[in-house]
Design a protein around this ligand. Structure first.
Ligand code: ADP
Length: 159
């Protein structure tokens, strides 16, 4: 069974992430969407909230699991027996960092390949940060996040 891991902060999960997950599911038998416990950015949603949103959004998809990871992703990949790590490539700006990371991860775990996928055109400019910014000012994010996430954003910014 070919297992791929899709790691990220998912603060929150957007339609861009969902697009990448669905594309990955065409290539692998099982996709583990794994949420970073520690992230350099201070997240708006805590770990449980981020994981729960992914759960809700993907609950009808078979072959997709939600998990969390702490520490080195290369170690996590070994532990779950993954043969690939999925990353989304949007603009040229993603490239440099992703390139370095994939080479470093190969050093740490030579058995895993990084697979880069590009989302549908309409999600190329989408990231969680911009969605949070728009939502914080009461803007409409319906096009960019699933309804469940939109509601959670509204809840968060109402407080
Ligand atoms: P972000 O970069 O939005 O803070 P994450 O850390 O959650 O998001 O990203 C996890 C992975 O998903 C990364 O490989 C990132 O490049 C990818 N990704 C994020 N948003 C998109 C998008 N709109 N289209 C394609 N890939 C994306």
């Amino acid at each position: 069974m070919k297992i791929a891991v899709y790691p990220g902060t998912f603060d929150p999960i957007t339609n861009g992430h969902v697009d990448i997950i669905k594309r990955s599911a065409k290539l692998f038998d099982k996709i583990i969407v794994t949420v970073a416990v520690n992230t350099q950015k201070i997240p708006l949603f805590n770990l449980t909230e981020r994981a729960e949103m992914i759960h809700q959004v993907l609950k009808n998809e078979e072959r997709i699991e939600v998990d969390q990871f702490d520490g080195l992703i290369a170690e996590y990949l070994k532990r779950v027996n993954a043969s690939a790590m999925i990353r989304g490539l949007r603009a040229v700006s993603d490239f440099e960092y992703e390139f370095q990371m994939s080479l470093m991860n190969r050093k740490l775990n030579p058995d895993v390949e990084t697979v880069f996928l590009t989302p549908a055109q309409e999600y190329i400019h989408l990231n969680s940060t911009i969605v949070k910014e728009v939502a914080s000012f009461g803007g409409d994010v319906s096009e960019y996040v699933p309804d469940y996430v939109k509601a959670k954003l509204q809840e968060k910014f109402k407080k």
